[in-house]
Ligand binder design. Structure first.
Ligand SMILES: Cc1ncc(COP(=O)(O)O)c(C=O)c1O
Ligand SMILES: [Zn+2]
Length: 407
């Protein structure tokens, strides 16, 4: 890394001069790590490494031995041919980050954050999260023997809280929203000097997330696809994917960005609604997709830039569309994503209807979290219930009769 550049005022800082946001612009002044791209290209990607370690020459990590000794990234890109046919598309792919170690895309950022913390000699990391960033941080920290203090909304899905507890994190269940949890974690960071892994605050997180774009580039035969659909809450994932493609362009490895589609839930759609970058917070944000339930998006400038510069667009979907999309994708591809990433699938369905994507384009849907993270959420969808069956042949017959067309 040669500099950190503010996304608002463009001021550049030396590595090590600033840790989190631009001192001149405050919390909205997110910093972009920049590299000596000419030099980085010589060792990119590292063919002898797996997962995110392939991209070390453009990651803010000084000592690669500080990365967790686990495979992070390197998730499959799978063809969704049956779903593609239903939609009249030819080349639809699923980037299966639901298969990641702790079950979500957030592992990419957490792995880079723990390595960056260790580079600076820090062994206690704090963070706020809707659940996935926290559980992935707790998992990566556990692998390295680090301490974590985690702020999550008390109403976060049980599976995510369970992961935190099993990994041995100190779990603070905030009586409030994700936005409240963020504010408290920043308070703790300032008061106690802990290392902070918040999305849209610590610039290394975005760099971890950009590795998905670098993998897509490799997966598509060292080319950019035409369109990528991404679920958005804080905007860090889409901002990171945008930054990844921009870094590839800076290295001269692609000459155009894929169109990035930011997909938000209707009850939590601040970024989709904001005009000219002016953010109007939504204090009562609410959606079944807990991971993207965000009233004050922390990575706004990078998310808006990603969609604008790639000539993509914003799509808003209802909770009903999200739960239907979750089921439709699961039934036509075998990939069971959590409600948040199903917002991206619902966004894709809308984009097809609106004619925003071409039939022969290569389209990637980023599956950011496992459906098993929130089974209560999934059960609110149209999947139905199991059929109770008594232990007798007559009972079996009666039960099977209830399934239309089976017998
Ligand atoms: C599964 C999943 N999808 C999407 C998102 C949205 O990411 P971002 O908040 O960076 O926009 C999150 C964030 O928690 C997530 O956990
Ligand atoms: Zn600034």
């Amino acid at each position: 890394m040669i500099a950190l550049e503010c996304t608002l005022c463009s001021k550049r800082y030396q590595p090590g001069e600033v840790r989190y946001v631009c001192p001149a612009c405050g919390p909205d002044g997110l910093l972009d790590p920049l590299y000596d791209y000419e030099r980085a290209r010589g060792d990119f990607p590292r063919l002898d490494a797996a997962g995110i370690a392939r991209y070390l020459s453009i990651l803010p990590i000084k000592n690669p031995a500080h990365l967790p000794p686990l495979l992070v990234g390197g998730t499959p890109l799978t063809r969704g041919d049956r779903l593609a046919r239903e939609l009249g598309l030819q080349h639809l792919f699923l980037k299966e980050d639901n298969r990641s170690l702790t079950g979500s895309f957030k592992d990419r950022a957490s792995a880079v954050a723990v390595a960056a913390a260790l580079d600076e000699g820090e062994r206690l990391i704090t963070g706020a999260s809707t659940g996935n960033a926290a559980s992935s941080l707790a998992g990566m920290a556990a692998a390295l023997g680090l301490t974590t203090v985690i702020f999550v909304p008390a109403r976060a899905p049980r599976a995510k809280i369970t992961q935190l507890l099993v990994y041995g994190a100190h779990v603070l269940l905030v009586d409030g929203s994700y936005d409240d949890a963020c504010d408290l974690s920043l308070e703790a960071t300032n008061r106690y000097g802990w290392y902070n892994r918040n999305t849209g605050y610590n610039p290394v997180c975005l760099e971890g997330k950009k590795t998905a774009a670098l993998e897509l580039w490799e997966d598509f035969g060292r080319e950019a696809p035409e369109a990528v659909f991404v679920p958005v809450g804080d905007g860090c994932i889409i901002g990171g994917i945008g930054k990844g493609f921009m870094d590839l362009r800076r290295m001269g490895l692609i000459d155009r960005l894929p169109r990035l589609y930011g997909c938000q839930a209707e009850g939590s759609a601040v970024l989709s609604k904001c005009q000219d970058g002016r953010i109007v917070a939504e204090p009562d944000a609410s959606t079944v997709a807990d991971s993207i339930c965000v009233g004050y998006p922390r990575a706004a400038s990078q998310a808006l830039r990603a969609v604008r510069e790639s000539r993509g667009s914003w799509l808003v979907v209802t909770d009903e569309e999200i739960l239907e999309a979750q089921q439709r994708v699961a039934r036509s591809t075998g990939v069971f994503g959590e409600p948040a990433c199903s917002a991206a699938a619902a966004g894709l369905f809308q984009a097809v209807e609106k004619g925003l994507v071409g039939k022969d384009e290569r389209i990637a849907l980023v599956v950011t979290g496992s459906g098993l993270k929130d089974v209560e959420g999934a059960m609110k969808g149209p999947c139905g219930q199991g059929i109770p069956v008594p232990r007798s042949p007559e009972g079996l017959e009666a039960a099977l009769q209830q399934i239309p067309g089976l017998l």
